[in-house]
Design a protein around this ligand. Structure first.
Ligand SMILES: *Cc1c(COP(=O)(O)O)cnc(C)c1O
Length: 494
């Protein structure tokens, strides 16, 4: 393809992307294709002769689009949103147009320095303390691929730091602390590094938050067992229920354990810190007082298209001490002089995508107020949904709503009193009905044995009408699920 052919195909691509967004509401959220649909449709080896690009572009429309789940659909309430903006898409387009692996400063000074700028901007947007800023000269931020990869970086840095502080440590005595509600990234880091991962218990009456006393007991137990917990992965906004660990209590306990690295995983909810009114709930003061590192995904609810997992550390040397490998061919005079940041020593790979461009585009185009208003809108829509659940005699909240997430289930009242296990059974029937639909998508979870359904707002195009329509569907499917259950179990229901 030459430049003029690219110009033509590029204009067509943008036109088709615009059409995609115009028609998105009218598409199903979930495709109706069966497993193997694409494997069967496409040839099993590449063409011998190059093909005409117009045909290739048409095949995207014909084969790929029908097999997509539309995360930007206004009726997407599953998992967590990946709110995407045109500013972000354009950032990615420019970024990929120069295919720059930006691993050190010299590989592209703009890639490194723009990332430093947007990481300081984002830290200020979220109210993070000055010690997390590049301008502090000690801390700083770096964009990683995902929260899970970010956790690997943090765990390896924490391990290295711990071993430096306690050189007598045997590798097999190391332990990673998470809670039973921590995202799978904790267990995965344990698997990758061959380190034991201990999930601390949390209770429903604490809304699934880790308490200081639980951490204190675990630390004492492990000391007796000769174990060496070196990192705690605490969460602000867990995936299952949006729980927020008690960072104030955790921080107090950790004061007696200065070699325990505290990482805060706020992959989803971290962006709420942009709004001053949510900083107390999201525990900004404790994050600033106690976190060794803090991570949040702008690619979830933060208006930046996938991927952009932002990580800040109090001490950048913790990363470079663990990850700096400099063979001769990677040496540069600026790196040797220590006058620049070489991000290759801040993450797992060598090459890295130029992600800061899309963050820059989004933050400039929205501004701080625009970003805040977007977060506020998601929370408002969720409050609206939660109020519908609260007012209904047929549904109940399982935990208090958290920011833009509501966890709820069917709890019909009437002549039949449901046991816990019957309620789970009923809700599984309910969820099976919901997930057989294509016009809406929600996901399920289990909290301390209770099967429940998550409603996560935040897709960029979701408006109140979509929430109301979702509620209608939930009520209708709920009523059918109750009838189905009654017939199956021969019980009386209203
Ligand atoms: C989504 C999520 C993750 C994982 O995010 P990836 O970027 O996909 O790895 C981790 N922790 C929490 C709390 C999340 O919500």
């Amino acid at each position: 393809m030459d430049i003029e052919a690219f110009r033509k195909a590029g204009y067509q691509a943008i036109d088709r992307i615009c059409d995609y967004y115009y028609l998105l509401q009218d598409r199903p959220v979930v495709p109706s294709v069966q497993p193997g649909y694409l494997l069967d449709a496409l040839p099993d080896s590449p063409p011998e002769e190059g093909e005409d690009f117009a045909a290739i572009a048409d095949d995207y429309q014909k084969y790929i689009l029908p097999g997509l789940t539309h995360w930007q659909h206004p009726s997407f309430f599953a998992y967590f949103p990946t709110a995407c903006t045109f500013e972000g898409i354009l950032g990615d387009l420019y970024s990929t147009s120069t295919a720059n692996p930006g691993f050190n400063w010299l590989a592209s000074p703009a890639c490194t320095e723009l990332e430093m700028v947007v990481m300081d901007w984002s830290a200020k947007l979220l109210g993070l303390g000055d010690h997390f800023l590049h301008s502090s000269g000690k801390g700083g931020g770096v964009i990683q691929t995902t929260a899970s990869e970010l956790a690997l970086v943090v765990v390896v840095a924490a391990r290295e730091r711990y071993m430096r502080m306690h050189s007598d440590t045997k590798a097999e005595s190391l332990v990673i602390y998470t809670t039973t509600q921590t995202h799978s990234l904790g267990v995965k880091a344990g698997l990758v590094f061959g380190i034991e991962c201990r999930a601390l218990e949390v209770r429903a009456e604490d809304a699934y938050a880790l308490r200081g006393a639980t951490l204190k007991n675990a630390l004492e137990e492990d000391q007796k067992r000769g174990k060496r917990p070196f990192i705690l992965i605490a969460t602000v906004g867990t995936t299952s229920s949006g729980a927020i660990d008690r960072l104030d209590e955790i921080g107090e306990v950790a004061k007696d354990h200065p070699s325990l690295w505290i990482h805060i995983d706020a992959a989803w909810a971290g962006v709420t810190l942009a709004c001053p009114e949510y900083r107390e709930v999201a525990q900004l003061d404790s994050i600033n007082a106690y976190a060794t590192s803090f991570g949040t995904n702008f690619h979830k609810w933060g208006l930046v298209n996938f991927d952009a997992a932002l990580l800040w550390v109090k001490d950048r040397k913790d990363l470079t001490d663990a990850l700096d490998v400099t063979p001769e061919f990677l040496r540069t005079k600026q790196g040797d002089a220590g006058t620049v940041v070489d991000f290759r020593n801040w993450h797992l790979g060598l090459g890295r995508r130029f992600r800061s461009l899309k963050v820059w585009f989004v933050l400039r185009s929205y501004g701080v107020e625009g970003f805040r208003n977007y977060i506020r809108q998601g929370i408002k829509l969720n409050e609206h949904f939660a109020s519908l659940v609260r007012a209904s005699p047929k549904f109940a909240l399982v935990t208090p709503p958290s920011f833009a997430l509501t966890v709820f289930r069917l709890t019909p009242s009437g002549p039949h009193t449901f046991t816990d296990s019957e309620l789970n059974d009923l809700n599984r029937t309910f969820y099976a009905r919901l997930s057989s639909r294509h016009d809406i998508l929600l996901t399920q979870t289990v909290l301390n044995g209770v099967f429940c359904i998550r409603f996560a707002v935040g897709a960029a195009r979701t408006q109140q009408e979509h929430v109301d329509r979702a509620w209608e569907i939930l009520q209708r499917e709920g009523a059918v699920a109750v009838q189905e259950f009654a017939q199956r179990k021969l019980v009386n229901v209203p």
